[in-house]
Design a binder for this molecule. Structure first.
Ligand SMILES: [Zn+2]
Length: 598
C-alpha cells in the first residue's frame, strides 16, 4: 500500500485550568495512539491542536482575579503544554488560539462564509444593565437553563447539559454583577445559516460508515433540529469580526466555539509556516489521498459533526445556496469523528456530591505516563462511560504491566545476559518455536487493522494476549532447566523469546512509547525507537509574542509496524525493571487525597 497522508485533529483543551485524566482519556491518548501507529505503518501524519483560549469562562476567571484574560490563558496554556508533553503526546504542532495566525485564518473562514451567503446579519436582543444603561456581556448574565433546569446556566452555554444558549433563552436572567434583571434591546449579530446545510450534512453523514455507531446516530439526530446559530457574541475577548464598523468594536467578537474549530486549519497553516513551506498544510486538507480524523470527548460531537463541517461546506460553496471556495480553495471535511465517552473518577465512592477529578499533573508526579496510557487504552471510555478507580489502576499495573509484559522482558533478557551475554543465534526451530514467532509476527496485521478502525481497547487487549502467549512459551520451554543439559536448545529458546519481546515491543509502542524505548535499549538498541515530543519556546510568527509549542521530529525514529529480525551477537546487560510495582497502600493514600480535595 502506498503511504497515505493523515490529519489527526485533536480537540483543543480549554485554557481555564489544568486538565484531568478524563480529558486526556477522551482527546489525548487515543489521538496519540492513532498517530503513532500510522507513523509506524509508514503514513505521513500531521497531528495538531492547541489551547482554546477565548470565551466567557476565561473572562470570568480574569475578572475574578482582576487580570487581563491573556494572563489566564498564558498561565493555563503553559500548564497544559507541560502535562501533554509529560504524557508523551506526539503533536506535530500544539499551539494556541490567541496567535495572530489563528485570528486571521478564523476571519478568512468567516469572510468566505459571508461571501457565499451562509452567514447573515440579524438583529437580535442584547442585554443592557438597567442601572448603567451599558451593554451586559454574555458572561455577566446567568439564569435557569430552559433545557435542563440548571439554575446557573451562562448566557452562551449551560455547563450542566452542555447546550448552547442565547442570553434571551435563559429563564429568570440576572446580572452576575448586581443581580438585577437585564433589559433586552436590539443588537446586531451574525448568524450561521445551519438549515442551508441540512441536505449537504445529511449526504455527508450518509457516506460515513466506519464511525462508532453511537457517534453517528447522535450526529444524524442533530439534523432534525437545525436552526441558525449566532456566529458573534457580546464579549470583548476573542477574534474580531473582520468587517468595517465591526473590526474596532470592543463589544463584538466571533463566538469562541466557531473560532476554536477553525484551529485545526490554522494550526496546520502555522505548522507549515514554521517549516518554511507555507503550502505544506494543503497535503492534509486538499488532497484526494488524505484522511482527517477528529478526536474528542462526546460533549464536543456537535461542533465536529455539525458546526465545523457546516463551516467547511459553506466556505467551499457546497451548501443549499451554492457558492465558490474562498481564497484557500476547497477544504476537506472530516473523514471520521472519533469520540470517546466519559471517564468518571472514583464515581461510585464519591457519587453523593460533586464529582472528583484527578489532574494529569498530580497523577504524573507519582506514576509513570505509560501506566496511565495503558489504563486508558485497555480500560478507557472508548464506547461507554467508564469509571477510573485507583484499585483497578493498581491491579492493571501490577497484574498486566508488571507481571505480564514487564516479566516477559525481564526474564528473557536477564536469562540471556547471565548465560550468554549477548543475543544468541537460533538453532533448528521446533513447532512450538515457529508457532510463537508466527503468532507475534502475524499480530501486526490483525492489531493494525483494529488501530486503523480506532478499536484501541481491542488492539491493546490483543497485544497483551500475544504477550501472555510468549510468557507461556517461556514457562513451557523452561530454558533455565537446559543450562547444564542442552545449551544449544537453551540458546534457541532464548533467541525465539527475545524475538517475541522485540515484536511485542513494536506492537505496544503506540500505547506505551516510553517503555518501548526502554525495552529497545535493553535489547541493545542505541537509537531513538519511539520519538518523544518536545517543548519549544517560540515567537508568534506575526507579532513576536513568546509562547511554548509542542512539536517533535517523528520521522527519524526507528519504530516500524512489522517484525524486525533481532541481531545475534548484540550484547545484553542485566535489565532493570521496566515498570514499577505499586504497593497496596497507594489505593488508600489516593482516596484520602481525593477526599481531602473536596
Ligand atoms: Zn442545561
Amino acid at each position: 500500500m502506498s503511504p497515505r497522508s493523515i490529519l489527526t485533529a485533536v480537540a483543543w483543551p480549554y485554557a481555564n485550568g489544568p486538565r484531568h485524566i478524563g480529558h486526556v482519556s477522551g482527546f489525548g491518548v487515543p489521538s496519540d495512539v492513532f498517530s503513532r501507529y500510522h507513523r509506524m505503518a509508514g503514513n505521513r501524519v500531521l497531528m495538531v491542536s492547541g489551547t482554546d483560549e477565548h470565551g466567557t469562562p476565561i473572562t470570568v476567571a480574569a475578572d475574578a482575579e482582576g487580570v487581563h484574560p491573556r494572563e489566564i490563558a498564558d498561565r493555563n496554556n503553559r500548564i497544559i503544554v507541560d502535562d501533554l508533553v509529560a504524557l508523551g503526546l506526539s503533536y506535530d504542532l500544539f499551539t494556541r488560539t490567541s496567535t495572530v495566525n489563528h485570528h486571521e485564518v478564523s476571519q478568512e473562514i468567516f469572510l468566505g462564509l459571508l461571501k457565499n451567503g451562509y452567514v447573515f446579519p440579524k438583529t437580535t436582543l442584547g442585554a443592557i444593565s438597567p442601572s448603567t444603561g451599558r451593554t451586559l456581556p454574555d458572561r455577566y448574565i446567568e439564569g435557569t437553563c430552559p433545557i435542563c433546569g440548571y439554575d446557573s446556566a451562562r448566557g452562551d452555554q449551560c455547563d450542566n447539559c452542555g447546550n448552547q444558549l442565547d442570553p434571551t433563552d435563559l429563564i429568570n436572567p440576572r446580572s452576575k454583577i448586581n443581580g438585577e434583571t437585564p433589559i433586552f434591546v436590539e443588537s446586531e449579530h451574525y448568524f450561521l445559516d445551519l438549515p442551508a446545510f441540512a441536505d449537504a450534512l445529511g449526504d455527508w453523514l450518509a457516506t460515513r460508515k466506519s464511525w462508532r455507531p453511537n457517534v453517528l446516530n447522535f450526529s444524524r439526530n442533530l439534523l432534525h433540529d437545525l436552526k441558525p446559530r449566532g456566529y458573534t457574541r457580546d464579549i470583548d475577548w476573542g477574534v474580531r469580526v473582520p468587517l468595517d464598523g465591526w473590526r474596532d468594536r470592543d463589544d463584538k467578537r466571533i463566538y469562541v466555539w466557531f473560532d476554536a474549530v477553525v484551529g485545526y486549519l490554522s494550526a496546520s497553516i502555522e505548522w507549515a509556516r514554521r517549516r518554511g513551506e507555507p503550502d505544506a498544510w494543503r497535503e492534509f486538507w486538499q488532497g484526494p489521498d488524505t484522511d482527517a480524523y477528529y478526536f474528542m470527548g462526546k460533549d464536543n460531537i456537535v461542533f465536529h459533526a455539525q458546526i465545523w463541517p457546516a463551516q467547511l461546506l459553506g466556505y467551499n460553496g457546497q451548501g443549499a445556496k451554492g457558492g465558490t471556495p474562498g481564497s484557500y480553495g476547497a477544504l476537506n471535511l472530516p473523514n471520521e469523528v472519533v469520540s470517546s465517552e466519559f471517564l468518571t473518577q472514583e464515581g461510585k465512592k464519591f457519587s453523593s456530591s460533586r464529582s472528583v477529578v484527578i489532574h494529569v499533573r498530580d497523577f504524573l508526579s507519582r506514576y509513570d505516563p505509560d501506566a496511565l496510557r495503558y489504563f486508558i487504552a485497555v480500560a478507557g471510555p472508548e464506547t461507554q462511560d467508564t469509571d477510573f478507580t485507583w484499585a483497578e489502576f493498581r491491579r492493571r499495573n501490577n497484574d498486566e504491566l508488571v507481571a505480564g509484559w514487564g516479566n516477559l522482558v525481564n526474564r528473557s533478557i536477564s536469562l540471556t545476559a547471565r548465560n550468554f551475554g549477548a543475543i544468541p543465534a537460533a538453532g533448528e526451530l521446533t513447532a512450538a518455536d515457529r508457532g510463537l514467532l508466527e503468532s507475534t509476527s502475524g499480530a501486526f496485521a490483525r492489531i493494525g487493522d483494529l488501530l486503523v478502525r480506532s478499536r484501541q481497547k481491542a488492539a491493546a487487549t490483543e497485544s497483551m494476549r500475544v504477550v501472555a502467549e510468549a510468557n507461556k512459551y517461556l514457562s513451557d520451554e523452561a530454558p533455565w532447566k537446559l543450562r547444564e543439559t542442552d545449551r544449544e536448545r537453551m540458546a534457541t529458546v532464548l533467541h525465539v523469546a527475545l524475538q517475541a519481546v522485540d515484536d511485542c515491543k513494536a506492537l505496544l509502542t503506540p500505547f506505551l512509547p516510553h517503555s518501548a524505548q526502554t525495552v529497545h535499549e535493553l535489547l541493545g538498541g542505541r537509537e531513538t525507537w519511539s520519538a518523544a515530543p518536545q517543548i519549544e519556546e517560540v515567537k508568534d510568527l506575526d507579532d513576536g509574542s513568546p509562547y511554548p509549542i509542542i512539536t517533535g521530529d517523528y520521522t527519524k525514529q526507528l519504530a516500524t509496524w512489522n517484525s524486525t529480525p533481532i541481531t545475534p551477537g548484540t550484547p545484553l546487560a542485566a535489565p532493570t525493571p521496566v515498570f514499577k510495582k505499586l504497593d497496596d497502600s497507594i489505593v488508600d493514600e489516593e482516596l484520602a487525597r481525593l477526599a481531602a480535595d473536596r
